[in-house]
Structure formats: C-alpha cells, structure tokens
Design a protein around this ligand. Sequence first.
Ligand code: GRF
Length: 198
Amino acid sequence: MKRVAIFLSGGGSNMVALLDDMARSGHAGMPCVVLANSADAGGLERARERGVPTVAVDHRPFKGDRTAFEAAISAALEPYAPDMICLAGFMRVLTGGFIEQWTGRMINIHPSLLPKYKGLHTHARALEAGDSKHGCSVHEVTAALDDGPILGQAEVPVLAGDTPETLAARVLVQEHRLYPTVLRRFAAGDRTPVMLQS
Ligand code: GRF
C-alpha cells in the first residue's frame, strides 16, 4: 500500500473525493495524513470526520522563509511516513528544494487544460480568451509551477453566459472524477495519462 499525504488550504472537496475513493476496494493507496497551511482550513475537519490524521503547519510565522516553512512541513510529515503527496487546493508555492525530495512522488490538480493557463484565475482567463472548452489537469509536480508531466485531463464545455464562478463549478465536478481516477492508477505505478470527457 502506498501511504498518501494530502496537502490542502481550503475546503478540501478534492481531498474528500480522494479519501472516498481510497476507501473503496482495490485501491493501492491509503491516506496517512492531511496537512494544511492553516489550522482553520475547512478540509481538516472533513478529514477528521473520515478518521484521517491531520496536521496544520501555519505558513505565516515563517514570514516568507519558504525553506524554514518546508522544513516544518517535512518534520510534521515524518511520523506519518508518506510515500507520496497529493496537492489538493494547496495554495502555497513549494521550492525546488522541497519538490526534488518528492520527484515522481508528488502530484497536483490544476483547474485548466495545461499547458494553458498556468497559475491563478484560470477560469476568468479561459473566458477572456473566448475558449470553447476548458477543464482540469493532474500533473506530476516539478520545480516549474504547474508544469510537470500530465497524468490526466478532463474537459468541460464553456457555455454562453458563463462566469468564472459557473465555469469553476463545472470544472470542479470533473476534478472530483479526474483526481481519484489518476491517484488510483498512480498509486499502482501506472502513469499512463487518462483523458475524461464530461
Ligand atoms: C480547486 O479549484 C482546485 O482546482 C484548486 O483548488 C480549488 C479548491 O479545491 N487546486 P478544494 O475544494 O479545496 O479541493
């Protein structure tokens, strides 16, 4: 079994989707800890409700010293002995120093059809560009932001009248399908990219 750590910053809907799928039969991964960069992240309570250990490492006391913050993360993870990390709505940028310790063992979900729209405000940018389709991607995390090998994508149509909020909601439904699908394969050692149609 692969011991899976999940990092989040917010409500953790992606984390919930991952936990629920790991609770189903035949999954090569098991959740060992959910980590948040603030103690009041809503996802921590949802993890606790599902019996998964949680830890909060607040980034603010480190005042931008990313290396010190990441050393605190590594220390907090140690007792749970994760084999891999899933970033799921984790809103802190990790340095290359931390990422290289997890090369090939850390994945992330990003709300765009990478390589389009790396970074933030992806839904607004897709609308501004007049794209007819949008979606989400799961990728291996490398030092370059939102840039690693693609492990899966899910597409949604952009509809007339869409706002960033309506588009984000449509994408989020697909995130909750895509991320568990990719993690189930990745934990079993299968990196074949998966493409989902909505
Ligand atoms: C999602 O849109 C995801 O694409 C991004 O963070 C957002 C919040 O995710 N990475 P969650 O509900 O906290 O899982």
